[in-house]
Design a protein around this ligand. Structure first.
Ligand SMILES: [Zn+2]
Length: 355
């Protein structure tokens, strides 16, 4: 069963396919843009283009296309953050590859429709070593070997740079037959040494018409119907150009809850504030933390509108002032700053809103 097709990104697709066809595609690419807009799906599509190699690639007819559409091509490796941290051992290379393959199988069985991995998931050292080895092997079937690294910034998960440094070896001297396609919604969190060696490509949220085609796709609508009964129009509205947001409903609820906890704690005493801040650090989860900050912005907007509706200008002002502070915090969080320290600083700005 193939994964669902790629929706949207028409202009970008044309440009990428054209340079792939002309042989001018850089050997290392970074596709960046908001979470949930289909960057990894786009990267896999580009992988199919490279493996197919025909003039109208991906033709969908050749053996290369059939295998890559089913995520079963021997020259296509897809690695993304996983919570299992049991592949740090170099003695178990086959086991690591098996674990990666199992994770890909799970995504294929879900037709390529998956929620974002939890914030504590990462691309740990064992997985990175495996993908470095794969990237160095000659293609088995197609003319090229393609390595897709989804959410590549998670190679520095938990502040460890070991994994990212191992990856650098491949990035510094990639074999002529290998194309590396990284994706990230937090490119600021990538090591500068990685960022400087990849050609950046910006992907944008989808047009509503593309989101509509996505939600109307039978496999997608069946999946969404299983989550909640909702009209197509409501789904398109809720997605706001981000189809992945529809698959992440549970994460959104958790982020909202966490944001509410921070806002409540900000009004408490010092001990309460530090406790709430410390919890953010303990999760060590960059992805989840940025979700929380997004949710916090929405929460502050709600508070601001609520205060305005009640004619409480003072409270509305406090909420309005806090929003840019949260956005600034989100920017720092995308870098290498610790969530716990950032939250402790943020609490001061939120104090007035919470009170
Ligand atoms: Zn083909």
């Amino acid at each position: 069963m193939p994964i669902i097709p790629l929706f949207g990104h028409a202009g970008l697709r044309d440009r990428l396919a054209e340079s792939a066809l002309r042989g001018t595609l850089p050997s290392s690419l970074l596709v960046h843009g908001p979470r949930g807009i289909g960057k990894q799906r786009l990267a896999l599509w580009l992988g199919s283009v490279l493996l197919c190699g025909s003039a109208d690639a991906p033709c969908g007819e050749c053996a290369n296309c059939k295998l890559s559409f089913e995520l079963a091509h021997p020259d296509l490796t897809w690695v993304f953050p996983r919570t299992r941290d049991d592949d740090g051992n170099d003695d178990s290379r086959d086991e690591v590859l098996g674990n990666i393959g199992q994770a890909v199988t799970e995504r294929r069985e879900a037709n390529g429709l998956y929620a974002a991995p939890p914030g504590n998931a990462g691309i740990f050292i064992g997985a990175t070593r495996a993908l470095v080895r794969e990237g160095g092997r000659r293609p088995a079937m197609a003319k090229r070997r393609v390595i897709v690294v989804g959410e590549a910034d998670r190679m520095t998960q938990g502040g460890h740079e070991e994994s990212a440094n191992a990856f650098l070896k491949l990035l510094e001297e990639p074999p002529s037959f290998t194309t590396l396609i990284l994706t990230s919604s937090e490119p600021g969190a990538l090591l500068p040494t990685i960022r400087s060696r990849v050609v950046s490509v910006a992907a944008r949220p989808l047009k509503d018409s593309d989101v509509q085609r996505f939600v109307e796709q039978p496999l997608v609508s069946a999946r969404l119907d299983g989550m909640a009964a909702e009209s197509t129009a409501a789904r398109v509205r809720r997605a706001q150009g981000v189809p992945g947001a529809l698959l992440n409903a549970a994460d959104v609820a958790a982020a909202r809850e966490n944001a509410e906890r921070i806002l409540t704690a900000a009004g408490g005493d010092r001990a309460e504030r530090y406790r709430a801040a410390f919890v953010q650090g303990a999760t060590g989860a960059r992805g989840a933390y940025s979700d929380t900050l997004d949710a916090l912005v929405l929460l502050l907007r709600d508070r601001m509108e609520g205060a305005l509706a009640k004619g409480d200008a003072h409270r509305a002002d406090a909420a309005a002032r806090a929003i840019p502070v949260v956005l600034e915090t989100a920017e720092k969080a995308a870098g290498n700053a610790q969530p716990s320290l950032l939250t402790a600083q943020l609490m001061t700005a939120l104090q007035e809103v919470s009170a």
